[in-house]
Design a protein around this ligand. Structure first.
Ligand code: COA
Length: 171
């Protein structure tokens, strides 16, 4: 999956395992892009473990799960993105919807990468999987994330789940 400036590269199970084991030599062998020393943070590590567990139970989830956001020009990993899973895996239990989550590393923010990433991911889901309904959520104090939702055309549903505002986009 690619966009104008980015490659969104699926993380295969051996690479996820290398991240969890914090085995840098294996990471460098398995990733054809440069991973910053700061990845994974504690939060990212928890997400990697959770997604790894899901893949153990259901390997068919793989295309929906973790991708590195890679800047094509420099081959640097600048963030990561995933769907929560196939249709139905979302905060509001909508059977036809997929939910996205994205992170851009701090020193690469405010260059439009999160917006470009989310658009590419939704285009893939729409054209390859026929998805028409997208869910996303963020906390009310996350101004950059709120702005990204606005730029993408997401609308508030009025629901709040675990303190997060639920957004929806229909295409
Ligand atoms: C939210 C996040 C992904 C945005 O990444 P990004 O690549 O900087 O996003 P973009 O450049 O596409 O857009 C950011 C927008 O927020 C704006 N912005 C940034 N900081 C802001 C602030 N403090 N207040 C208001 N707007 C702000 C930027 O100006 C930009 O809007 P613009 O294009 O109109 O100028 C990034 O901040 C991040 O990873 N945060 C931590 C993880 C997270 O919160 N993820 C979202 C939850 S799903």
């Amino acid at each position: 999956m690619r966009s104008e400036r980015l490659d969104l590269v699926l993380m295969p199970i051996p690479l996820i395992d290398a991240f969890i084991a914090q085995d840098r030599a294996a990471v460098d062998r398995l990733a054809d892009y440069r991973v910053p020393a700061s990845f994974p943070t504690a939060g990212a590590l928890a997400l990697l473990r959770f997604r790894r567990e899901q893949l153990t139970h259901d390997p068919s989830r793989s295309p929906w799960l973790l991708r590195a956001i890679v800047l094509r020009d420099t081959r640097r990993m600048i963030g990561f993105v995933n769907f929560h899973g196939p249709p139905g895996s979302n905060d509001v239990g909508a059977p036809d919807a997929v939910e996205l989550g994205w992170t851009v590393f701090p020193n690469h923010r405010r260059r439009g990468y999160a917006t470009e990433t989310a658009r590419a991911l939704m285009n893939w889901a729409a054209t390859e999987r026929g998805i028409r309904r997208f869910i996303s959520s963020t906390t009310p104090d996350n101004a950059p994330s709120l702005r990204v939702h606005n730029k993408l055309g997401f609308a508030r549903t009025g629901q709040v789940v675990d303190g997060e505002i639920i957004f929806e986009l229909r295409r």
